[in-house]
Design a protein around this ligand. Structure first.
Ligand code: FES
Length: 177
């Protein structure tokens, strides 16, 4: 991605990808491509959607910026402020809560020294709590980018954190490439 006068601009490859997604829908219904295009925009912008990026998405889809803002602010998978390289989303809805989500959240808090909604000082990790991730049968569950980690225990959390630190984990990869 490049920027011109502070306005983001996708490169040719990403624009072609957006074009392919828009073409999945009938002519004049390009707004239907909003969710996937927002995922792409977020991955291109270090994991979050700035106002400038949302305005750019509106221009690509020929819709009003408010139509982008209202969708981006509704779904928890879109981040409206800067995040760390690795965003850890912990489900805390009923089934996960009953199976120990609170303990898992507390363990992440203790290991990372942050609360949900915060990012570590080194910019490596952001912790979030989210609603049901649709994997309730294997609660407690977290999502990191396109990966799910299920049946979590404190020991599994420790192993994952060690692994992610070792590999400098980045969770905001483009899901369409
Ligand atoms: S309640 Fe956690 S995945 Fe459904």
């Amino acid at each position: 991605m490049q920027e011109k006068n502070n306005i983001p601009e996708f490169n040719r490859e990403t624009l072609d990808l957006v074009d392919q997604i828009i073409k999945r829908y009938p002519a004049g219904r390009q707004k239907s491509a909003l969710l996937p295009v927002l995922h792409i925009a977020q991955s291109e912008n270090s994991g979050w959607l700035s106002p400038e990026m949302m305005d750019y998405v509106a221009s690509l889809l020929d819709i009003q910026p408010i139509e982008v803002y209202e969708v981006a602010s509704f779904y928890s998978m879109y981040n409206l402020k800067p995040v760390g390289n690795c965003v850890i989303e912990v489900c805390h809805t009923g089934p996960c809560w009953l199976n120990g989500a609170e303990k898992i959240i507390a363990h992440f808090e203790a290991r990372l020294g942050i609360k949900p909604g915060e990012t570590t000082a080194d910019g490596k990790f952001t912790l979030k709590t989210v609603e049901c991730l649709a994997a309730c049968g294997n609660a407690p569950v977290i999502q990191v980018g396109q990966e799910y980690h299920e049946n979590l225990t404190a020991e599994k959390v420790d192993n994952l954190l060690e692994q992610w630190k070792r590999e400098n984990k980045v969770s905001h990869t483009n899901p369409y490439l």
